[in-house]
Ligand binder design. Structure first.
Ligand code: FAD
Length: 362
């Protein structure tokens, strides 16, 4: 049985999910090489900073919409069958303000806030909220059952499942994508490279994608419990600021967000923005501060900043020959790397099998 080496560059949610999907093909020998691994917290590593929840935003007919549609049943299955993965169901409320229609956050959430959203028959318990259940500043609202992922549990879970299935993990920093095969047990021109480098696809030699840029997100992680997962399409504090609240599974605390600051590489939390995030969260969800209704009642675990790997035109999942070697690109998942993860990984799998063609004996 011929073995083909696959080297996945990147150990964020995209690289790890792809490693796990490919690991079921026993003719593939898979190595993951990455600068950052689960357990690290770094501004160049988006995955640990995500909330993370399932809030579909893909436009009709886009690859992203397909990835999100395909991902829900798998997150749902993991939630039901694998509690150790750190995902749980959350009742969610999505509030829309008409004045956010053209703001940065309003455009981001355009599909999410629709009362006839494309995912209304996909997620359980979708309903339109009556006016009496809306905050005074909002004109639209929906509710459905979503999930929230504790990234500190889920990323090591994906890594552990991959190791169990035979995947090898290595630390390494590549300056050019063509260095990837050197991390496989027997480098050859047949080695297939999967490029899951997220934001750093903008800087990696051989790729240098100018369409990739950071979408800065600042969060506050607190011990307080909100009782509901909620978001509003925008705020009056700035058109790149939004409010979202989600409680992570298995004691992971509650994420308060946030913002979407395009092209900002700033790694340090802005204390004024943190204050606004906490104030807006308590205003939207008084259950966070039941005794006083004040921000001082929030028990902060950490302030954080992550950079979403934005890409003009959406995520890039396609194959390309670079220096005679097949590369499957899989990056640019912006603010939807988790909610699109399984669909994206299955697309990468189809591309790998297409490259193998008659070579495949899988
Ligand atoms: P990353 O996690 O950044 O991983 C990239 C990997 O590539 C790392 O291992 C890195 O070390 C490696 N790498 C890069 N360059 C090199 C190199 N040259 N050599 C070696 N290794 C390299 N998504 C959701 O679905 N739901 C949410 O609720 C959500 N909330 C978010 C909130 C915030 C504040 C942020 C910042 C993001 C959020 N996201 C959310 C988006 C999600 O986090 C990202 O889309 C996802 O993490 C991207 O994963 P990735 O694997 O592509 O990139």
């Amino acid at each position: 049985m011929a073995t083909t080496d696959v080297v996945i560059v990147g150990a964020g949610v995209v690289g790890l999910t792809t490693a796990l999907v490919l690991s079921k093909h026993k003719d593939l020998r898979i190595t993951v090489v990455a600068k950052h691994m689960p357990g690290d917290y770094d501004i160049e590593y988006a995955s640990p900073w995500a909330g993370a929840n399932y809030f579909p935003v893909g436009k009709a007919g886009s690859n992203l919409q397909r990835f999100e549609r395909e991902t829900w049943p798998e997150l749902d299955r993991i939630c039901r069958e694998l509690p150790e993965a750190g995902i749980h169901y959350q009742t969610t409320a999505i509030y829309g303000r008409k004045k956010d229609a053209t703001s940065a956050t309003g455009l981001w959430f355009a599909e999410l806030v629709k009362e006839d959203a494309w995912f209304r028959d996909l997620v359980p318990n979708f309903r339109i909220l009556p006016r009496s259940e809306l905050p005074p500043s909002c004109e639209t609202g929906t509710s459905f059952t979503s999930v929230c992922i504790n990234t500190a549990i889920y990323l090591p879970y994906l890594l552990g499942q991959s190791v169990k299935a035979g995947v090898t993990f290595k630390r390494g920093i590549l300056s050019h994508i063509s260095e990837a095969p050197s991390y496989s047990p027997s480098p050859s021109p047949n080695t297939i490279i999967i490029n899951c480098t997220g934001l750093l696809a903008s800087k990696l030699g051989g790729v240098m994608d100018p369409a990739v840029y950071p979408g800065r997100g600042q969060i506050v992680l607190v011990r307080n419990e909100p009782g509901v997962m909620a978001t509003v399409s925008g705020t009056d504090d700035g058109e790149d600021e939004a409010t979202y609240i989600m409680q992570r599974a298995v004691g992971g605390g509650t994420i308060l967000g946030g913002c979407l600051q395009a092209h900002s590489w700033e790694s340090q939390p802005d204390p004024n923005l943190a204050q606004r995030i906490m104030q807006r969260s308590v205003d939207l969800c008084p259950a966070l501060a039941p005794k006083t209704g004040k921000v001082t009642e929030l028990s902060v675990i950490r302030h954080g900043v992550g950079l979403r790997p934005m890409r003009t035109g959406g995520p890039r999942v396609e194959k390309e020959k670079i220096g005679g070697q097949w590369v499957v690109h899989q990056y640019g998942h912006a603010g939807y790397g988790y909610q699109a993860s399984w669909g994206s990984a299955w697309e990468a799998e189809r591309l790998v099998l297409g490259i193998l063609g008659p070579r495949a004996n899988l």
